[in-house]
Design a protein around this ligand. Structure first.
Ligand SMILES: [Zn+2]
Length: 265
């Protein structure tokens, strides 16, 4: 599943077409990715002729404005955004294509766990205002984190970091990375963190989000070997400290950690 930096990377791909009109919109209105839309068949009419004006991301959600219509997209497991040449003929998994004079903006999703929604300007403003602050937002304060950990006191840290209402865009690999940097056991209960440990978690949350945005969201570079990310994928991976990494299910997800570096309560 793409997490915030991968989502930002994909959303950025369509920036090539900013300022240009969609001469035509090709859509598969019956595709499962449009299950949340009331009338996906009308989307082409609504957008045809409009300029692509703006994009944003929030956690795992992407937003694109064509004229006065906002589209929100979620990549699911296999969704991708890319730019095709103007003479490209859309294929069966290309469920949404904006055809511009110089190129085509394509959403491809073979397994269709992704989903799309549309809003007019006023509805979008309300929706946007209702979204929780992201980790890198100045409203994401230490006290906000501390209160949330208290509310989820009995849950394992790993499960808590996956809660999108407080950590939008943080997914499986990022949660493991953050806990590894903090040297906290992922099974540890959220309520057991001291004030200084909570401050450390806040710092590492922001650090990992910032680094992921810099390394992955810009050009999808390979992260440096100082990240757990580079060691966690192989079976029998080894922590840079030399200890074998452990893989177990915590909070319903496969979790990777170092039993030497990451202490319990
Ligand atoms: Zn280690």
């Amino acid at each position: 599943m793409p997490e915030l930096a991968e989502v930002a990377y994909y959303a950025k791909q369509w920036a090539t077409g900013l300022g240009q009109a969609a001469k035509n919109v090709e859509i598969h209105p019956k595709a499962r990715v449009f299950r949340d839309m009331e009338q996906p068949g009308r989307l082409a009419l609504l957008i045809k002729g409009s300029r692509y004006k703006e994009w944003r991301t929030h956690g795992k959600q992407m937003f694109f404005r064509f004229g006065n219509v906002w589209l929100s997209g979620h990549l699911g497991m296999t969704g991708k955004l890319w730019v095709a040449p103007k003479n490209y003929i859309p294929e069966k998994h290309d469920h949404l294509v904006f055809q511009q004079a110089k190129q085509q903006l394509v959403f491809t999703d073979p397994r269709m766990f992704g989903h799309w929604q549309n809003y007019d300007g006023a509805a979008f403003d309300m929706f946007w205002a209702s979204l929780p602050p992201e980790v890198l937002d100045s409203r994401f304060t230490k006290s906000r984190l501390s209160e949330f950990l208290k509310r989820r006191a009995r849950s394992p840290l790993k499960a808590v970091l996956l809660m999108q209402e407080t950590f939008p865009g943080v997914g499986n690999w990022m949660a493991d990375e953050i806990l590894w940097r903090c040297q906290f056991d992922p099974r540890r209960r959220a309520g057991t963190l001291s004030e200084s440990e909570t401050a450390q978690l806040w710092t590492k949350l922001r650090l990992v989000c910032r680094q992921a945005m810099r390394v992955i969201a810009t050009d999808w570079n390979t992260p440096p070997n100082t990240w757990l990310f580079n060691h966690r994928w192989k079976d029998g991976g080894t922590c840079p400290c030399g200890a074998p990494l452990v893989r177990e299910t915590v909070g319903g997800r496969t979790t990777c950690w170092c039993p030497t570096c990451q202490e319990g309560e």
